[in-house]
Design a protein. Structure first.
Length: 316
């Protein structure tokens, strides 16, 4: 399986979902109304001009959500930058014009999207520039922000591993545990039983994919030892699956040993992924070990939001 097939998931079909979630986020913030603005802003309806300004260097993302949130209130939104563009401290990202009450009501939610998603894009870009073609995100995202955060990873130059449970098969340790219980019914789970569970899981998944015509969904299995990796590789050689093997929570040395054994058994067409405990400090060692892809939650769950603000023009 080619890397793009497995890790470059399309997000184009989820634009409406992203906007709907942005509207829910706005509703969470506004609730029954912006009581401060209603108390403070009086007199006839007034329009104002505002600018959205970068207060730190980074990679821009979140324009799609911010634009929808602001335009939903009748405000005009004129972007001065593009998603994925490098922005510098002090630069104007966008200009906004319209009713000041709508501006004040929608400011925070729009900025939250810009800050969080730009932070993810920036963190991804740092990793991807040092390790081109090797960095992918996981399903570890903030609830309700899956498609937005996955887009931010792509904007930053990273790959997007499964969007959800629906677009790829990933057999994990808890799946294997249930098979062990089914087959053996006792409480002890040893290495031999885990390997047998891997074979059963791959056989069942291959059949399920064929029966349901899910040819576009890759099959991947998570392994945690050299013996498990070899078993999965041998199954691939005999049965054509898995398409990918995930080496979970291993040291770089252990990853290198597993990759050598997998290649010896299954050749180069099977993709090998390393995950678990990957940080910006140790990712290079996993790349050097020979993994095709390094998956990590560092970009989505640990990224620092980029500092971005909105200012009404003329007030400093």
């Amino acid at each position: 399986m080619k890397k793009d097939q497995a890790y470059n998931r399309s997000l184009e079909g989820y634009a409406d979902r992203v906007i709907a979630e942005a509207m829910l986020a706005l509703d969470d913030d506004v609730g029954d109304g912006d009581v401060t603005t209603e108390a403070v802003v009086r007199g006839k309806p007034r329009t104002e001009d505002a600018v959205i300004i970068a207060k730190a260097n980074g990679i821009l993302c979140g324009l799609q959500e911010a634009k929808a949130i602001l335009e939903d209130g009748g405000l005009s939104f004129e972007s001065k930058k593009q998603e994925g563009e490098a922005i510098k401290k002090g630069e104007i990202i966008a200009k906004v014009h319209g009713n000041v009450k709508e501006l004040l009501k929608r400011e925070r939610t729009a900025l939250d999207y810009l800050q969080v998603l730009s932070g993810i894009a920036t963190a991804t870009n740092r990793l991807a520039r040092r390790n081109p073609g090797k960095v992918a995100s996981l399903r570890k995202v903030h609830p309700g922000l899956c498609y937005s955060e996955k887009r931010a990873v792509k904007v930053g130059g990273g790959f997007t591993h499964r969007l959800g449970l629906h677009d790829g098969f990933l057999i994990k340790d808890n799946h294997l545990a249930t098979i062990v219980r089914e087959l053996y019914e006792d409480a002890s789970i040893n290495e031999e039983k885990k390997i047998e569970a891997i074979r059963h899981a791959l056989r069942r998944t291959k059949q399920y994919r064929a029966n349901h015509r899910l040819d576009d969904c890759f099959i991947e299995v998570e392994v945690e030892s050299l013996d498990q990796a070899v078993a999965a590789a041998k199954f691939h050689k005999a049965e054509g699956v898995p398409d990918m093997i995930l080496l979970d929570n291993m040291t770089p040395d252990d990853v290198a040993k597993c990759i050598e054994a997998i290649r010896r058994e299954a050749g180069s067409e099977i993709l090998i992924e390393a995950s678990g405990g990957i940080t910006s400090k140790n990712i290079g060692a996993y790349v050097e070990a020979g993994a095709d892809m390094i998956s990590t939650s560092r970009m989505t769950l640990f990224a620092t939001p980029l500092d971005i603000s909105m200012k009404i023009i003329g007030y400093k």
